[in-house]
Ligand binder design. Structure first.
Ligand code: T3D
Length: 265
C-alpha cells in the first residue's frame, strides 16, 4: 500500500498538513496537489479550525514541481502545461484567502514553487538548517506561485532580482534578517514553536485576524484614501463580533480574554 502524499491531523482548534513525499523532498505531483487541495478544503469546512500548519516530512519542506514528471523523451516536443492554472495559482489564492492564519513550518529546503508556497503563508517559521531557493532560473523557468509578486514586496527589488536571477539558496537566518520570513528557530524546537503559535491562534479573535489578512493584502493595490475606507469598513465588521466585546470586557476586568472566534452572537 502506498502512503498518502499528504498527511492531515486535527488538533485542538487547528489542522496540521504534512507534505509527504520525503524521497523527492516533497516535490509536487498531481496526486499531491489534489490531496493538498482536499486537506485544505477539510480545514476550511471545519468550523472549529482557527489556524492551519503546513510542514514537510523528512529533511525537506518542498522542492516544487516534481521534475521527473516533466522529463521529455528523446524527440518529444514540450507541451503547454496547465499546472499553474489548475494547481499552483488556486493553491496560492486559497492560502491567502483562508479565514484564519496559515503557518508554514519550514523544516528543510524550500525550492521552486515550494519556496513561494511557503512565502504565501501568513507566518513562516524556519529551522536553522532550512534554506529558500528560487531554483527556477536553473532550469529555464521564472519564479511562479506568486514569487515575482511576493519577493520584491518582502525583500525589496534588488534582493528579489538577485534571488530570482541567481537561484542561490538563502539560509533561514539570512531570510529572517532580510525580512523574508517571520522567524528562524533551532531545528529541534521548530515544531514545538509552530504548535505553540497555532495554539495561540486557536484561542485568538479569528474573524478579526481574517480581516487583518484581508486589509494587509488589499493594501498593495490601494492608495491611502482607499485603504482608509477599507479600514473603516473592515473595522466596522470587526467591532460587531462577540470577540471585540469580550476583548474590551476582559481588558476592563483585568483578565485574559476568552475568544470564541465567531462572527456574531
Ligand atoms: O511544469 C510546470 O508545472 C511548471 C511549474 C513549476 C513549478 C516549480 O516548482 S519549478 C522548480 C522545480 N524545482 C526545482 O527545480 C528544485 C530541484 N531540486 C533541487 O534543486 C535540489 O534537489 C534542492 C536544492 C531542492 C535540494 O538539494 P539537495 O542536494 O539537498 O538534495 P538532492 O540530492 O538534489 O535531492 C534529494 C532527492 O530528491 C534526489 O533524488 P535521489 O537522487 O535521492 O533519487 C532528487 O532527485 C529529488 N528531488 C529533489 N527535488 C526534486 C526531486 N525530484 C523531482 N523533482 C524535484 N523538484
Amino acid at each position: 500500500m502506498t502512503e498518502s502524499s499528504i498527511l492531515s491531523e486535527v488538533r485542538a482548534g487547528y489542522h496540521v498538513i504534512t507534505l509527504n513525499r520525503p524521497e523527492r523532498l516533497n516535490a509536487f505531483n498531481d496526486a499531491m496537489h489534489e490531496a493538498l487541495r482536499d486537506a485544505i478544503a477539510q480545514a476550511e469546512a471545519d468550523e472549529s479550525c482557527r489556524a492551519l500548519l503546513i510542514t514537510g516530512a523528512g529533511r525537506g519542506f518542498c522542492a516544487g514541481q516534481d521534475l521527473s514528471d516533466r522529463l521529455l523523451k528523446p524527440g518529444e516536443k514540450p507541451l503547454p502545461r496547465k499546472s499553474l492554472e489548475i494547481y499552483y495559482n488556486p493553491l496560492v489564492r486559497k492560502l491567502r484567502a483562508l479565514p484564519f492564519p496559515v503557518i508554514a513550518a519550514v523544516n528543510g529546503v524550500a525550492a521552486g514553487a515550494g519556496c513561494n508556497i511557503a512565502l504565501a503563508c501568513d507566518i513562516v517559521l524556519a529551522g536553522r538548517a532550512a534554506s529558500f531557493v528560487q531554483s527556477f532560473a536553473k532550469i529555464g523557468l521564472i519564479p511562479d506561485s506568486g514569487g515575482t509578486w511576493t519577493l520584491p514586496r518582502l525583500v525589496g527589488p534588488a534582493r528579489a532580482r538577485g534571488l530570482a536571477l541567481l537561484a542561490e539558496p538563502l539560509s533561514a537566518e539570512k531570510a529572517e534578517a532580510w525580512g523574508m520570513i517571520w522567524k528562524c528557530v533551532d531545528d529541534a524546537t521548530l515544531m514545538e514553536e509552530a504548535h505553540k503559535l497555532c495554539a495561540h491562534f486557536a484561542a485568538a479573535p479569528t474573524v478579526g485576524l481574517a480581516l487583518i489578512k484581508r486589509a494587509l493584502d488589499e493594501s498593495w493595490n490601494n492608495n491611502l484614501e482607499t485603504q482608509l475606507e477599507l479600514e473603516r469598513e473592515l473595522q466596522r465588521e470587526a467591532s460587531l463580533t462577540p470577540d471585540y466585546a469580550e476583548g474590551v470586557r476582559a481588558f476592563m476586568e483585568k483578565r485574559a480574554p476568552s475568544f470564541g472566534g465567531r462572527k456574531r452572537t
